[in-house]
Design a protein around this ligand. Sequence first.
Ligand code: MG
Length: 414
Amino acid sequence: MTRIARIRATPVTVPLEAPLRHSNGAHWGRFVRTLVEVETDDGYVGLGEFGGGGETATAAVEGLIGLLRGHDVFRLEAMRFAVCNPTASLYNNRTQMHAALEFACLDIMGKKLGVPVAELIGGRVRDSVEFASYLFFRYADPKTGDGEVRTPEQLVAHARALKAEHGFASHKLKGGVFPPAHELACYRALAQAFPADPLRHDPNCAWSLADAIAFCRGIEGLNNHFIEDPVWGMPQLARLREIVRMPTATNTVVINFEQLAANVAQRAVDVILLDTTFWGGIRPCVKAAGICETFGLGVAVHSSGELGVQLASMLHMGAVVPNLGYSADAHYHHLVDDVIVGGKMRYVNGRIAVPTAPGLGVALDAEKVARYHELYKELGGYAYDRDPGRPGWYPLVPNADWADPGVSMTPSMR
Ligand SMILES: [Mg+2]
């Protein structure tokens, strides 16, 4: 038995190259993440991570020691019910914290047994995972004035630079920021610049059904992977799927097993983007991938923003899922640094190697954690669902009040 003795949480802020815009607002030039360390009574330390941070997040995850002190890290199914029993979860929402604890327990199991996490969850079928470029519309970095992505020309130049540096052979564009016709022009510019590279677009459910139909008809015949979350909700996605001639995908409305069952009963989307945090851990994603295999649904790896610990969870999951049909997403290359020993993991030909050291295969760099914890304390959090360039604005669903692609600005990020 390897019993949980302590849980520590540390919020950190790591800068991005430039602020990333999305349909609800922006990442204001940085990611705030909470690093979780689970320590056992026999001296092992396992790592976890989840999004956001602050005193409440730290207290919430550290407070789970009251439920888990003495829990055997190998008993993961029991931990699922101890932390997020489905009916108790009507009163609390611990899925994302459970995910971080699950990463940490798997990390400890791997370290104790001397094997990588991938070997504990089915065994790898690939040694590296392919990633898409994950392009964003961006504000310029207020410090340097560099990095703006707003026009088709800027977008293509940004994609060319990322492809040259990292070797990406497919591209995902995060949209839902500008009027759909502008984003269509941007997408078509990518298709013209990279005819051999498959593309996908993700406006985060911001569009009306009419917007989505018009956009999809505008890209039919191009080299498309899928259209991701063009409209909100399974009924609308199911209706869109009857009309457009390309696969549909989601990371928003199929994020648990009940929703996966509903999508099997009435097909709304063809590709499920599995997120190791949203689904509550690496193992739920592997289970979901098995159900997708049975019912002929496609699978890919979703990114909800990550530092190296979370990225390791995505790599181990991506390593073992046989039916991974598309390149994975990561925000990772937009970061300027990481908190793991050795610095940022590297893309080689658009792929990242699955760590081979025992456990998750990553270790925290204490100096970096301290530095970025200080930066968190200095800057505090940011409103993910607000746009620093559009004070007072927030979108309806469907949205009709878009950012103006003719306006170049560099708003303050404080
Ligand atoms: Mg998405």
